[in-house]
Design a protein around this ligand. Sequence first.
Ligand code: ADP
Ligand code: MG
Length: 278
Amino acid sequence: MIEIENLTKKYKNLTALDNISLTIKSGELFAYLGPNGAGKTTTIRILTGLTKLTSGCARLNGFDIVHDELSAKRQYGLVPQSINLDRELSVYENLYIHGRLYHMSTKPLKKKIQELLNYVELSERRNTLVKKLSGGMKRRVMIACALVHSPVILFLDEPTVGLDPGMRRKVWALIKNIQQAGALIFLTTHYIEEAEFLAQRVAFIDEGKIVTVDTPENLIKQQGEWAIDRIVDGMMETVYFDSREDADNYNSCMDERFTFRKVNLEDSFLALTGKKVK
Ligand SMILES: Nc1ncnc2c1ncn2[C@@H]1O[C@H](COP(=O)(O)OP(=O)(O)O)[C@@H](O)[C@H]1O
Ligand SMILES: [Mg+2]
């Protein structure tokens, strides 16, 4: 469980996080969706003890991140936004070092590494140097590293940035599997489809503030079900409809080019913040 109460982070004149409160249940897959600079990484860095908070508090499974720092740190695994692997070492060596950092003894650690390599489908690459791996493989090694000590909370900061669509889906499947094995997953993303596809609940974050928190279904429903995009006087205009019939009626009196599509989380983000996620 993650409990965040009135969390604020200031960097000189900039308020990177502004009075954030959130509760995320054990086993939940929670997405934090917002544009670049919204405060997503700052939130993760504070919860994982890498950055100091300015005010407020947070607990991981009941352990205060400031007052019970060591216990709080044992609760989570972290997959940061940038690659944190040792490029000159093999996949296996990276995982081994990670386990040793958590004081795991050799036998259970070796067993766990074998299990995780199978899990992320990299058993055949165990002796490959990290610098020889593709971006998607590196991402999967990072996820395996974060899981070595069997944490119950997994933080994933933009886990699919830079991956091609096929690899992105593979990582999505892996994330779902990890959740189904019982972990709470806190995921940040600026990809609409990622939040929509994976998350049970989504928080929209913009300029350090949480705009809303709800299930993707409810957030989308607020806008309608169908959308028509068209260009009017050089500007993109989107019209929303509750039923396909209404949309079809509207459509029949238009002769210019248009796109007919289902409403998505981008529409709801736009409605609430006045801007697009990316
Ligand atoms: N170490 C820092 N010093 C000053 N400003 C920072 C620092 N880290 C982040 N920021 C600022 O805080 C805001 C939120 O950043 P970040 O949490 O990285 O956003 P996101 O991960 O959503 O893209 C941005 O305006 C960023 O420039
Ligand atoms: Mg970030």
